[in-house]
Design a protein around this ligand. Structure first.
Ligand code: ADP
Ligand code: YYY
Length: 217
């Protein structure tokens, strides 16, 4: 069985950058499950689906075909054959993704795809998201719960997106974290056997070093 490293945590804690770094160092594949929920949301918005109507979301989601490229140096995500790597980072998708991710049918559809990607990866894979250690890959050899101070998370994300109002960003992240943590279907949660890494006062390289040191030799 392939070696799986699960990295979960709230928005902007550094999961994507850290996971890509860890996968590159170890020669592992990389799966960004947040990008899958974002790509699904993009495809639903394209179809004019009301993302606050769970029945409409569930019905339309089953028609969407998602494809993930798992090279940590150049990850890709396509919806219905269209590369959506850029539009999924826009405001419209960011505002709509948490309600879409609460719909159980969406979750079961994407969890099946995530497990298939894990099964296909022969040389090890780093998988990042919210429910990887708890639901998607409970047998992962290493589970990391990556956290950072909310003010630091907002500052980093604002810098990345060129947004000036870091306080508004902190509020937006807190709103999304609240939906992601309080939903009934596999909420953002720390697995009992996860190692908590707090990246607030660590550089990206330091966080990567720490996780690589914990990884299976
Ligand atoms: N340890 C760190 N120190 C400084 N900046 C970081 C660190 N980890 C991540 N970042 C930056 O914070 C932002 C959010 O990181 P990202 O990996 O996208 O988080 P997530 O996937 O959890 O949402 C990015 O701009 C990234 O470069
Ligand atoms: N395994 C996952 C991954 C993401 N999600 C949801 C929760 C998040 O609000 C969205 C987007 O995730 P993403 O990791 O891209 O979010 P950020 O980059 O941290 O802002 O998807 C989820 O419910 N389960």
């Amino acid at each position: 069985m392939t070696d799986v490293i699960a990295i979960d945590g709230p928005s902007g804690s550094g999961k994507s950058s850290t996971s890509r770094g860890v996968a590159s160092r170890l020669g592992y594949a990389y799966l960004d499950t947040g990008a899958m929920y974002r790509a699904m949301t993009w495809a639903l918005l394209q179809r004019g689906v009301d993302v606050h109507d769970p029945a409409a979301v569930a019905a339309a989601a089953s028609e969407v075909v998602l494809t993930s490229g798992t090279d940590p140096q150049a990850p890709t995500i396509a919806a219905d054959g269209v590369d959506v790597s850029e539009p999924i980072r826009g405001d419209a998708v960011t505002a709509a993704v948490s309600p879409v991710a609460t719909v159980p049918q969406v979750r079961s559809q994407l969890v099946a795809l995530q497990r298939a990607a894990i099964a296909q990866s022969t040389g090890g894979i780093v998988v990042e998201g919210r429910d990887i250690g708890t639901v998607v890959a409970p047998d992962a050899s290493l589970k990391i719960y990556l956290v950072a101070d909310p003010v630091a998370r907002a500052r980093r994300r604002a810098l990345e997106l060129g947004v000036e109002d870091a306080e508004a960003m902190r509020e937006a992240l807190a709103r999304r974290d609240a939906i992601d943590s309080n939903r009934a279907a596999s909420p953002l949660a720390q697995a009992d056997d996860a190692v908590v890494v707090d990246g607030t006062d660590l550089s990206l390289d330091e966080v990567i070093d720490r996780i690589v040191a914990l990884a299976r030799p």
